[in-house]
Design a protein around this ligand. Structure first.
Ligand SMILES: Nc1ncnc2c1ncn2[C@@H]1O[C@H](COP(=O)(O)OP(=O)(O)OP(=O)(O)O)[C@@H](O)[C@H]1O
Ligand SMILES: [Mg+2]
Length: 340
């Protein structure tokens, strides 16, 4: 349950019609719920905020002209709550992020010395280890809005149209400080067979490079990719910071397991090392899912089953789960893969 002072504040703001206060208070409630590990409630509040806010914004901007009309079609604003301290990162990655944040926060000092802060960052690495989470955490730490590029709204097969949309998107972005997140950054040069066939891809990449060069330093661009080898060398060079968000090391995963075990409401009878060797997650995303499963079971058992037996039961189920391409087999039941 959310804190009562926040609920009262929300009601007051709603009754007095103070839209900004409603939004800020709802965000505070979501953050509070998130901190209490009620991610479901927090996500639902954010979803309502995002969808309602976007609709209202687009309704309003129909009358406001340029700003939204001219570029925001390809981007989505996302609220961020993740913090850098929540993520398990290698020391060099964490240090590099702190440097970027410091340079952005102290841009005035740099400019007074004829220097600019770095603002183009590439995150590369296999799925599920925190590229998107890190982009969100950086936006939170920089206290800037996070704009996520929607490829479906940018890339089209009409000649010249993709490059034009990209230009419009960047024009929009440049109007205020923000973090611009290009997930699957390689997608612009990849997978789009239709773009390749018309020679369009060259035009798109050229536009992208020009836009990257022109981007003001108060806009922080973060690209993420699982396939850095597919990036054009010229594009690669544009990024001043390139961080390898690789597979978690054993010691990172052990710390993750140890912290997660400590957060469970009671004795578990497991050490982090033993549990890790039983579960062997491929990435943080799998590890997170494992512990979410356990927390759900603990909540639903209403104290009638010991945490230890919930965990051992989950380990057995986890080990029985077999994934093969195109389909999942879980406990003997065969489920078609949603994308097959
Ligand atoms: N380094 C990490 N520390 C803590 N949690 C993490 C870390 N990496 C991933 N997670 C958790 O795993 C989930 C998936 O992470 P995320 O979406 O950031 O991965 P990704 O690298 O962007 O994956 P993809 O390449 O599939 O987009 C998130 O909910 C996040 O909380
Ligand atoms: Mg991602």
């Amino acid at each position: 349950m959310a804190r009562s002072d926040l609920i009262i504040k929300l009601v007051k703001a709603g009754v007095s019609g103070n839209e900004n206060e409603v939004r800020a208070t709802a965000e505070a409630i979501a953050a509070d719920e998130h901190a209490k590990k009620h991610s479901g409630v927090a996500d639902r509040i954010r979803h309502v905020l995002e969808t309602t806010w976007q609709k209202q914004t687009s309704d309003k901007t129909q009358h406001q002209g340029v700003r939204i009309r001219d570029g925001s079609g390809g981007i989505q604003r996302r609220e961020t709550y993740k913090q850098l301290s929540e993520l398990y990162l290698t020391k060099p990655t964490r240090n590099a992020c702190h440097e970027l944040i410091e340079e952005q926060h102290c841009a005035d000092i740099l400019r007074a010395n004829g220097l600019e802060p770095r603002h183009r960052l590439l995150l590369a690495g296999p799925p599920g280890n925190g590229k998107t989470s890190l982009a969100e955490a950086l936006a939170t730490e920089l206290a800037l809005p996070l704009f996520v590029v929607r490829y479906d709204a940018v890339v089209t097969s009409y000649l010249g149209e993709t490059a034009q949309r990209l230009r419009r998107l960047f024009d929009f972005i440049k109007t205020e400080p923000c973090v611009l997140f290009f997930d699957e950054f390689d997608a612009i040069g990849k997978e789009r067979g239709d773009l390749h066939e018309t020679g369009e891809i060259k035009r798109v990449v050229t536009t992208l490079l020009l836009q990257l060069d022109d981007l003001p330093t108060y806009c922080v661009l973060i690209g993420a990719t699982n396939h850095p080898e597919l990036l054009d060398r010229a594009t690669w060079r544009r990024f001043e910071l390139r961080l390898d968000i690789g597979k978690p090391t054993d010691s990172q995963m052990t710390s993750y397991f140890s912290d997660q075990l400590k957060q469970l409401p009671g004795a578990t009878g497991y050490t982090a090392k033993r549990l890790l060797s039983d579960v062997k997650p491929k990435n943080f995303s799998e590890a997170e899912n494992f512990f979410l499963d356990i927390r759900r079971r603990i909540a639903l058992s209403r104290g009638e089953i010991t945490i230890r037996s919930i965990i051992s039961d989950r380990i057995r189920m986890w080990q029985e789960k077999i994934e093969i391409p195109g389909e999942f087999i879980h406990h003997g039941a065969k489920i078609n893969h949603p994308i097959s």
